[in-house]
Design a protein around this ligand. Sequence first.
Ligand code: FNR
Length: 361
Amino acid sequence: MTFAGRKDDHLRLALAQQRALTVDPRPSPFDDIAFVHHALRGIAPREVSLSTEVCGARWPVPLYINAMTGGSDRTGEVNRGLATAARRTGVAIASGSMSAYLADPAVADTYAVLRAENPGGFVIANVNANATPSMAARAVRLLSADALQVHVNPIQETVMPEGDRDFSAWPRNIAAMVSGVDVPVIVKEVGFGISGATVTQLADLGVRAVDVSGRGGTNFALIESARRERSDSGLLGGWGQSTPVCLVDSVAAARAREVTLLASGGVRTPLDVVRSLALGARAVGVSGYFLAVLESDGLDALVEVIEDWIAQIRRLMVVLGASTVSALSKTDVLLTGDLAEVCRLLGWDPADYARRSRSPR
Ligand code: FNR
């Protein structure tokens, strides 16, 4: 199977997952997070700033279009749509894995369109954890990227017939990229999550930003399983931690080691964005949901959805009395159900989240 064929498969199967969610909405891990309602804490909209700091840059809104695609004609057109939406709304955008470009420069335009359509935006290049510093630097150069994402996806690789089987070099490779490229490095999962212990390990490697990309949305164990001739029916379909679990498990390590925490994986609503920010993320990434809007309803619809989300994030911050993204981490939050149970098993007390606004600032 060629790179291009694989990228087209991923797009088609990720869209099918999103469509299935609209027909039969599964419960979302984010539903286990509720804000304690304080009816008199609201502030004025003009007091609210949505801006946030990521990789040393100030983003106007704490939202980004996360890594998806590139490498074939069809995915190049998708990238054109996503990049135009990013330019029109001011959100940051990440490229899909640039392995196809590193293997065959003929597909450069299918990625370079992200910068061509969005010359002033925050653009992130994306490589896998086998890349050398010089490969990573080539990817960054093609996009004049502001940051580099390195994805770690051992479960996806394991399910892929043509996937990697040996991950022992990844920590070493990540450290080499951190010192070898001249933009900040963000390490991300692809939907199975990052643990608190992994955040500490990444901090030791010099990484300053981590996107937990947890379970609950696009599921690459199921996507790769569906691509196989003899499907294993998604043996690993339930693997990994949900995005809220990842945030609770990682926030202390991130704070202790000055790592910026980013959230993605299963984000379907502006309320999910605000919930993620309240659990300690500095910005929130969306892939599958935005892709489905673009593909089914077109570019203007995606722009409208992102603008609506930004307006709703602001409204929620007004009601919660949070004038900044970081103020959201002092709101009172109820963690219930599976989320509370898993957090307890990992040694975190959900009760600590319910009365945060009473603790000294
Ligand atoms: C992805 N994702 C991804 N991630 C990455 O680091 N490199 C990649 O090339 C891809 N490719 C890709 C293709 C498609 C079609 C989708 C939908 C997703 C993973 C993505 O960035 C994110 O981590 C997960 O999709 C979880 O977020 P959502 O989709 O639940 O919002």
